[in-house]
Every structure is written in C-alpha cells, then in structure tokens.
Design a protein around this ligand. Sequence first.
Ligand code: CU
Length: 104
Amino acid sequence: MSRIIPIIIVTCLCASPLLAQTVHQVDIKTFAFVPATISAAVGDIIEWTNHDFAPHTATGDGWSTGELKYDATGRYIVSVAGVVVYHCAYHPHMTGTITVTEAK
Ligand SMILES: [Cu+2]
C-alpha cells in the first residue's frame, strides 16, 4: 500500500504588479537643464533632449548619456533612491538634480 503524499501547489496570486515606469523629460537649452530639479521613483527613466547646437551630456557618478548632439536624446534609468546630482561633461557649470524616491 503506497502512501500518497499530498502535494500542495501554492499559486502566488500576489504577482508583482507591472512596474509603473515613468519617463521624465528634461530639456537642455541655452546651456541649462530644464527643469534643473526633478523628482523620480526608482525604475523611472530620465530622458534628456538637447535643443542647443552645442553638444552636451548628462553625466553623473558612474553614468553618462554620452554626447548628445543637437536634437538628440539620451536616457538614464534611476536605480537607487537618493539625490542624484549630474552635470554636463563639457560645461561643468551646467548641473541638475534628481531626487529619487523608492519605487511606487
Ligand atoms: Cu554642455
């Protein structure tokens, strides 16, 4: 006589909700990030668009969009909560701040 070992299959109904990933637009114009200060949540995308004829970058600690020529866009996904300060690699006086909160 074999013993039947019940197998309980637990289905996790609490599947992770789809990440609400927001894209935050930052314009680069007349040698400034506009807006210079934004708020975002972990996982969000920051997208810069350069409206100047001069090339710019958005460069932070360990990341960069690389050179953005006129009308080019570059993206960065914020991954850690905290305050992210970035600048343009060519024009260090151009700075911006992203305040990153925990994922929604
Ligand atoms: Cu620049």
